[in-house]
Write a protein that binds this ligand. Structure first.
Ligand SMILES: NC(=O)c1ccc[n+]([C@@H]2O[C@H](COP(=O)([O-])OP(=O)(O)OC[C@H]3O[C@@H](n4cnc5c(N)ncnc54)[C@H](OP(=O)(O)O)[C@@H]3O)[C@@H](O)[C@H]2O)c1
Length: 220
């Protein structure tokens, strides 16, 4: 699968790129500045000891990819989608955005919070499926590709088939994916992230995550 990561030069994007490249996926990391992406890809390839990740502009990454992953700050969420909108037609977008309040990162940005993917889906319209994933997984866990991560990824989105494709990619990244249903549940998933940040603070760690229990044996 050809995966394009917009904002792929950042913390979450580079960590996901490493995991997917390590599992044999074809990864392009995107940036507002092509050269920045090329330099970041070189660095990642050096870390892996082989050349598997490519750098490109966000637009090129979106055009070439079959699945587009969005890992930009919430403040750049819709603006980034606007730039590449045409290239996304008929594709799946996996969105990791958590709309933290820039003035109070322990909170979501709005009291009447809709999830980032609901906003993205409304903005992009029919013909582009948006699925939420990875909002609760710190890049610190993802950036070591061989590390086993004891944290679930709750996958939400209105199209069941799109959720299944995203779940397969979550599993490829080495995490357990759970089908968490329609897009509106992403509000709850996003809302867990500030709580995890608070738990990190209280327990002096940076690795708090979530794990769902009580599921049938085959899902464990
Ligand atoms: N960090 C985590 O552990 C974590 C965990 C779960 C979810 N997330 C979510 O993942 C997303 C990315 O988080 P991050 O920590 O990886 O962010 P980040 O490192 O601060 O930024 C990611 C990339 O976004 C691009 N960017 C920055 N400002 C931008 C702007 N104004 N317009 C367009 N692009 C911009 C930059 O790429 P270029 O400068 O190369 O364009 C940057 O490398 C966020 O929505 C966050 O909520 C993060």
């Amino acid at each position: 699968m050809k995966i394009g990561i917009l904002g792929g030069t950042g913390r979450e994007g580079t960590a996901l790129a490493l995991r997917w490249a390590a599992s044999g996926e074809d990864v392009i990391i995107g940036s507002r500045e092509e050269q920045r992406a090329v330099a970041a890809a070189d660095q990642l390839n050096r870390t892996m000891g082989k050349i598997t990740i490519r750098g490109a502009s966000n637009r090129q990454a979106a055009e070439e990819a079959e699945v587009v992953v969005l890992t930009v700050p919430a403040s750049a969420h819709l603006a980034t989608l606007k730039e590449v909108r045409e290239a996304l037609r008929g594709k799946l977008v996996i969105d990791a955005t958590v709309s933290l309040d820039p003035d109070a990162p322990g909170r979501l940005s709005s009291a009447n919070h809709r999830s980032a993917i609901e906003e993205a889906q409304e903005f992009l319209g029919a013909g582009i499926n948006v699925v939420a994933a990875f909002q609760n997984v710190s890049y610190r866990l993802l950036r070591e590709p061989n590390r086993k991560i004891d944290c679930d990824v709750l996958v939400c989105g209105d199209d069941p088939e799109a959720r299944q494709i995203a779940m397969a990619l979550v599993e490829k990244a080495g995490l357990r994916a759970l089908d968490a249903g329609p897009a509106h549940y992403a509000r709850t998933v996003e809302g867990l992230t500030p709580l995890l940040l608070e738990l990190n603070r209280r327990y002096k760690t940076k690795e708090a995550g979530i794990r769902i229990t009580g599921l049938p044996e085959k899902e464990r």
